[in-house]
Write a protein that binds this ligand. Structure first.
Ligand SMILES: [Zn+2]
Length: 281
């Protein structure tokens, strides 16, 4: 490819990590106002939001638009339907959502923001965790009907965040037991996604972005090739072994657009991104 062509491709792709977009303040929560402003910034600044297939192709050497970014949401909270989906739809932006497949409920989709109807109550992070522990995940987590509507609208694609969200490395006394339980967990997740969505991808986000050597081996055996971490950084075609890729992500804070703009400026430039992270550490 000619030099001029090369400069048009992204040199690095930042992958942003969100959890809650909610009016209920708490941990790992971005307010709907900040989120709307952040998305308006991406759209106005000419960013392209990419999907899982595009990221995979990019990491394998294919070009991407210069200003490319990926949006990810972990855990599949109800507020993603209420407050994130309508904003993405308004701007024509897309995101990935990592689902804990045993938490997802049945029933009709409640109202979402910008629909004019009364919105469902949204639990803050701590109360949501307690609801899930008490077997009431439906109060905090997406339903299949919402997932279907988001897929139809093209705002979200959905991938595995395991079936149980259990950290098997902390729950099992020995490595064999840990691996067996993790394998079961990943298979259950894939089976559920296949049954409900028609397919399960090879993109995996493990709880807390935790991967040790056992995790990687078991996940590869289960059919996963792209591992989303909670490690900060940017992503570019590199020398990951074989076709297995670790994807670094930037946790988005509940901050105004200027904060996001500066992070994207840094992390769309590989050398600056690496230097910045070195200094930060
Ligand atoms: Zn999680």
């Amino acid at each position: 490819m000619a030099g001029g062509g090369m400069t048009r491709s992204a040199r690095a792709v930042p992958v942003l990590m969100y959890h809650h977009i909610s009016t209920s303040p708490g941990m790992i929560t971005v307010s709907p106002d900040h989120f709307a402003a952040q998305m308006a910034y991406l759209a106005n600044a000419g960013y392209t939001t990419i999907g899982s297939m595009q990221l995979a192709a990019y990491l394998a050497g294919e070009p991407l638009p210069k200003k490319s970014v990926m949006l990810t949401f972990d855990d599949g909270y109800l507020d993603n339907w209420v407050h994130a989906h309508p904003v993405l739809q308004a701007h024509g932006l897309t995101a990935l959502c990592f689902l804990v497949t045993s938490w997802i409920g049945e029933g009709r989709a409640p109202a979402r923001a910008r629909s004019g109807a009364a919105l469902p109550p949204l639990l803050n992070h701590r109360d949501g965790e307690m609801a899930i522990e008490n077997g009431e995940s439906d109060r905090a987590i997406l339903r299949w009907s919402e997932i279907d509507a988001m897929r139809e609208a093209g705002t979200f694609e959905f991938h595995s965040h395991t079936h149980s969200h259990v950290r098997w490395d902390q729950m099992s006394a020995d490595a064999d037991d840990k691996c067996a339980r993790l394998a079961r967990d990943l298979i259950d997740s894939r089976t559920t996604l296949k049954a409900r969505l028609g397919a399960a991808s090879d993109h995996l986000c493990c709880p807390q972005g935790y991967y040790d050597d056992d995790y990687r081996r078991v996940a590869i055996q289960a059919g996963f090739r792209h591992f989303y971490t909670c490690e900060a950084g940017s992503n570019y075609p590199g020398n990951d072994d074989n076709a297995v890729r670790s994807i670094t992500r930037l946790e988005v804070r509940d901050r105004p657009t200027s904060w996001l703009a500066s992070r994207l400026w840094v992390h769309t430039r590989p050398a600056i991104s690496r230097t910045y992270l070195k200094i930060k550490r």
